[in-house]
Design a protein around this ligand. Structure first.
Ligand code: FAD
Length: 139
């Protein structure tokens, strides 16, 4: 039986996040996710976070409940949750993409001038994360 899931959520940052704020999150996440066997991709722009978490179901569920309690964001909404044959973001315990020209170009293809993930269907959010994972920022 398959027990690997991909959970994608979006949320609103409770304040503007600097690169140093993102570094704090990512440094912790990368270490912890490695020990949990979880991989994924985080993106931040226009005060929105979007994150994909992939791994064993119980580990992903537990981590997500922990993350959703974090005071650095609010209005956490799961946009998709599905069983998968194998993870997509295997190269990264947590990849990262923020505001870059490529991000802007991808948004334009989705008819967005600024990042509004609440207005994107789940499949487009996943596709966006996949594209962004190939153009990560080194944070
Ligand atoms: P503690 O260090 O005890 O902190 C408790 C609370 O203090 C946190 O929940 C947070 O509200 C606040 N806090 C902690 N550090 C800071 C800081 N530097 N600045 C401001 N407030 C702070 N963790 C992972 O392990 N894997 C992930 O993939 C992951 N993704 C995340 C994505 C987002 C968008 C956010 C906001 C956080 C993410 N985290 C992730 C971090 C996670 O939410 C917890 O902060 C982390 O797991 C530490 O948990 P703790 O209970 O030991 O926190």
């Amino acid at each position: 039986m398959k027990n690997i899931v991909r959970l994608i959520y979006l949320s609103s940052a409770t304040r503007d996040m600097s690169l140093s704020d993102m570094k704090d999150i990512l440094t912790y996440a990368r270490k912890n996710n490695q020990s949990l066997g979880i991989c994924g991709m985080l993106c931040y722009d226009n005060r929105y976070f979007v994150q994909a978490l992939e791994g064993e179901r119980e580990a992903v569920n537990e981590l997500f409940f922990h993350i959703s309690d974090d005071a650095r964001h609010s209005d956490v909404i799961i946009t998709s949750y599905e069983y998968i044959d194998k993870p997509t973001f295997t190269e990264w315990n947590m990849g990262y993409a923020g505001s870059t020209p490529i991000f802007t170009e991808l948004l334009a293809r989705l008819s967005q001038t600024e990042f509004e993930p609440t207005k994107l269907p789940p499949k487009q959010i996943y596709a966006l994360l996949r594209h962004l994972s190939a153009h990560q920022q080194k944070v």
